[in-house]
Structure formats: C-alpha cells, structure tokens
Design a protein around this ligand. Structure first.
Ligand code: AMP
Ligand code: MN
Ligand code: MN
Ligand code: MN
Length: 282
C-alpha cells in the first residue's frame, strides 16, 4: 500500500482546554509524529492551552501559530470563526473570550435539565468529569457522557438525537456577533477564517451574505480542507475561495483518537489555484 501524500500543515484542533481529549503536549507529539511542520491549536473560546502547545511544538522543531476558534451567532445559527496568528496577550481578545466562557455554566445546567426531562438524570454531574476545563463545558462533553452511559452509540448519534441545533436537549445560546469575533481577532493582530463552511445550513443567499459581510469586516480566510468536509466539499469550498478571493486555511479539527474521520496531520494536499493563508508562517 502506498502512503498518500499529506499536507504538512494543520491549523485547527482541540485540546483538553476545550473539548479535545489530549493535552497540548500530547497533540504536539502526535502532530509531529504525523509529519506536521506547521501547527496551530484552536481551542473553542479559550487560549490557555497556547503556551504549553507553543513550547512543545518548539521543542520538537515544529512551527507554531497561536490560534482560537470563536463561537458566533449569525443569522440564527452558530458559526465558528478561527483566529490565526493572534497575540494571546491582547486584552480585547482575552476579555471578549472570557465573557463568552462565563455563559457556559448556565447553559450546561439548562441542557442537563432538558436531558433529565428526557430521562437522563444528572447529566451535568456526568459531563463535568469529561471537561478538562470546567469553564469550557460543551455539548461534546454531554455527548461523551451519553455514549459512556450507553444511551448513544457514538457522538454523532448524541448530536443527531439530542444535542444538535433544534434537538430536544439543545439550549439556544447567544454567542459573539460576527463583527465582535472578527474585531477581537484583528485587534490581536490575527487573521480571521470561516471554519468548516460546509457544516452550516444556509441557503445560497445566506452563504453569499456571510462571505461578503465577513470580508467587509476584515476577515480573509476560509477553511477548505477540514475533517468536517467531504471530498466533494473540498472542491466546492475551493471554488468559493477562488471566486471570493479568500485565503485558504486547512485543519483536521481533531478532537481525539477515535473521534472524527481525520487524524491530526491527516489532510490531503491542497487543490490547485488557491492562496494558502500560512505562506508567511511556514
Ligand atoms: P458547543 O460549543 O458546546 O456548542 O459544542 C460544539 C461542539 O460540538 C463542536 O465544536 C463539535 O466539537 C461538537 N459537535 C457539533 N456537532 C457534532 C456532531 N454532529 N458530531 C460530533 N461532534 C459535534
Ligand atoms: Mn469541538
Ligand atoms: Mn467548529
Ligand atoms: Mn473545531
């Protein structure tokens, strides 16, 4: 069997500081072992993992880019915006993220009540041990709890049946606005990227509005290769990048071994005719 050529860049993954299963050190080791030369950690709404990630990446001789994935509410849906090359000491960014994290406990209690009404008792207490960082308790931790208890076969089923948008245990949340998220990233000297565009459920008009508003706000990038896209979507969003003039970012969105389809560092090569966002970092 021939090993497929792989992209030596991975600019999107999660550690125990948000909803990943591995520590920054373990991620650095894994990225390095899988051939990554340029790596970014992009925890949800949290930058506390960047220092250990950066230190371990450096020790292994890997280039590292400080990253974050910000939760945004736009047109009634949750959209994720990745910030790359951010200054983790920037006060505007730090304060913005800190405010966002504050709402997660209340939301988690409310999700737990909805799950109790569905017959799953003590879900908050059950999910909490899965959260390495209690401030960042997320739906992923509730999904892991439901799987552990044998209520769902895998995370996908937990989201399809209970935790996904509009499902019975889903608690609508108001995250940052698109303008805020891009502003925080720009103020921190970073580049803003629309994460996994294929995951949203917008019609063509809404997608067009998202891209144009994002560009007007100063966003520059879009993810083309991500663990959340099918190979067909690689082509689709490569074309979106070309026609809107987006720089292209790529990342596995790795959360842990056994979760998701693409390993850290497991992305295929980039389609042709695209401008990588990472040119200045490699
Ligand atoms: P939250 O920020 O608490 O709303 O949780 C969002 C996280 O849930 C995402 O970052 C994903 O890691 C995870 N997630 C969302 N949808 C799914 C799904 N269908 N399957 C597995 N994980 C999902
Ligand atoms: Mn996640
Ligand atoms: Mn995401
Ligand atoms: Mn992610």
């Amino acid at each position: 069997m021939h090993a497929q050529a792989r992209l030596p860049v991975d600019l999107h993954c999660h550690s125990v500081f948000s909803d990943g299963l591995l520590t920054p050190a373990e991620l650095a080791e894994r990225a390095h072992a899988n051939g990554v030369r340029l790596w970014s950690l992009t925890d949800h709404d949290e930058i506390a993992g960047l220092k250990p990630a950066r230190e371990h990446a450096r020790a292994l001789g890997m280039r590292f880019v400080d990253g974050v994935e910000i939760s945004v509410t736009w047109a009634g849906q949750t959209v994720h915006i990745v910030g790359l090359g951010i200054d983790p000491d920037n006060e505007t960014l730090r304060d913005g993220l800190s405010d966002m994290r504050a709402g997660r406990q209340t939301r988690a209690r409310a999700m737990s009540e909805r799950l109790a009404a569905l017959g799953f008792e003590n879900a908050y207490e059950g999910a909490l041990p899965f959260a390495g960082n209690p401030e960042l308790i997320s739906r992923t931790h509730f999904a892991r709890f439901l799987v552990q208890q044998g209520h769902c076969a895998d995370l996908g089923e937990a989201f399809r049946r209970y935790l996904g948008e509009g499902k019975p245990a889903f608690v609508p949340t108001r995250w940052a606005s698109l303008a805020q998220a891009v502003d925080w990233i720009l103020q921190a000297g970073g580049k803003a990227v629309i994460a996994h565009p294929g995951r949203y459920e917008f019609d063509d008009t809404r997608y067009h509005a998202l891209y144009t508003q994002f560009l007007e706000l100063g966003g520059v990038g879009i993810e083309v290769l991500t663990g959340s896209h099918s190979p067909r979507e690689y082509g689709l969003y490569a074309q979106v990048a070309r026609s809107y003039g987006f720089q292209v970012s790529c990342g596995s969105d790795f959360h842990g071994p056994g979760e998701g389809l693409i390993d850290l560092g497991g992305l295929p090569p980039l389609p042709s005719g695209l401008t990588p966002i990472w040119q200045e970092w490699l």
